[in-house]
Design a protein around this ligand. Structure first.
Ligand SMILES: [Mn+2]
Length: 399
């Protein structure tokens, strides 16, 4: 059987809502043309309680798929939910769709409508021409609960068929931030293929000697440098156990790096404008996403805050989406700033308020749209409890 593994559509992702829908549609249609069944490891939606218009987008995408003539059919289901369809479109819920236990998440709704088969904490068997494939799924859970969830679901391969384990979690080998994150060797034994969502760039590895695949997202979300690679899905053949990555066409994404060390502010702006110009010419009418990374050390007395980076980005908003990151820039004056904290001009401001204002200023300068409350983020970053715990809490809030 040919299985298309396509993930993390993030329908309803506000920043690039049109891309999220269009690129999910492109991936699903191409995947359905090439494969006997679709496997979706989570984050179909960007939000656990999508607005009706976003749910409508999800319904539109999957209704068209459910109308196809599929040769493969779901023939067996073991789990806590009910089977409302036999179409070979199997999904689990991701972290973005996670709700309190027992509460319906949007993937449940698509399952209830008979538009896909929800494999959360259950096993689904698909058959085509006498060949059977089992999919055992673990829906996305909070990272500290993943080991107990695995113990309670206890996914097991079934003799005589090709067995897939699908889940949606952080993996320590790729995100070494917390001891809560699962290690690859903790995944259940005996499966022929391991599939994970959650991570938005594609990863190919192996677990217990078998292939491990993360297809990445179909939409750009985090603007990380790794995301300049093509988006798409995996096409896996159970007969040969070989797979290929199939690209889809997406909005172009460019990364511009600018070294600030030894440069004056006006030279930095000039270089940035020149590079943006060449991206515009290259894009030839399409509206690309451009991430500008500034890094290096500013000279004493030089302040990047003297450049209005947000305004610079806004100037180009008709031709491109520009985000400017200055997190790689350090100032020779940093130590002086800490000294300033002790001076009396800050005596009317608590250290905490000053810290929050620095964080807000920094977010504004880098044009970074923090999707969570910055005060909440500051509380986590400044809390006691060790680097690992803080990083884990911060990454949970962000992811
Ligand atoms: Mn995701």
């Amino acid at each position: 059987m040919k299985i298309a593994i396509v993930s993390d559509f993030h329908i309803g992702f506000e920043k690039f809502a049109e891309d999220a829908y269009n690129q999910a549609q492109a991936a699903l249609l191409k995947a359905a043309d090439m494969a006997d069944m679709l496997l979706i490891p989570g984050d179909i939606f960007d939000n656990r309680a999508p607005k009706p218009e976003v749910l409508a987008q999800g319904i539109n995408l999957f209704r068209d798929l459910s109308k196809r003539e599929w040769k493969a059919k779901v023939v067996d289901y073991t789990g806590a939910k009910q089977l409302y369809s036999h179409i070979p479109v199997v999904a689990i819920s991701g972290t973005h769709e996670r709700r309190a236990q027992g509460a319906e998440n949007p993937v449940d709704l698509l399952n209830l409508a008979g538009l896909l088969v929800d494999a959360d904490d259950s096993t689904v068997v698909i058959e085509k021409d006498g060949e059977r494939v089992s999919v055992s799924g673990l829906g996305g859970v909070s990272e500290e609960l993943v080991r107990s969830a695995l113990r309670s679901v206890n996914p097991q391969p079934i003799a005589g068929m090709f067995n897939i384990f699908v889940f949606h979690q952080s993996i320590y080998e790729f995100l070494p931030f917390s001891s809560d994150f699962l290690h690859l060797d903790e995944l259940p034994n005996g499966f022929d293929l391991y599939v994970c969502g959650h991570i938005h760039n594609r990863i190919e590895g192996s677990v217990h000697g078998k292939p491990f695949l993360i297809p990445g997202s179909t939409v750009l979300t985090q603007l990380k440098d790794e995301e300049t690679e093509a988006k798409g899905f995996y096409l896996f053949d159970t007969k040969s156990t070989k797979y290929e990555f199939v690209s889809i066409s997406t909005r172009p994404f460019k990364v511009i790096n600018i070294k600030v060390t030894g440069k004056k502010n006006e030279d930095i702006v000039y270089e940035l404008e020149r590079k943006l110009d060449s991206v515009r010419v290259e894009a030839g009418g399409t509206k690309p996403i451009v991430k500008v990374s500034l890094d290096g050390t500013l000279s004493r007395g030089q302040k990047l805050s003297d450049i209005n980076l947000a305004e610079l980005a806004k100037k180009h908003e008709n031709e491109m989406f520009v985000e400017i990151s200055r997190s790689g820039v350090s100032e020779e004056d940093a130590l002086v700033s800490i000294e300033e904290l002790r001076k009396k001009e800050y005596e009317n401001m608590s250290i905490k308020d000053y810290g929050i204002s620095l964080l807000l200023e920094s977010l504004k300068q880098s044009n970074y749209n923090l999707k969570v409350n910055p005060v909440e983020m500051f509380e986590i970053l400044s809390s006691d409890g060790g680097k690992e715990k803080i990083l884990k809490q911060a990454s949970e809030l962000l992811l």
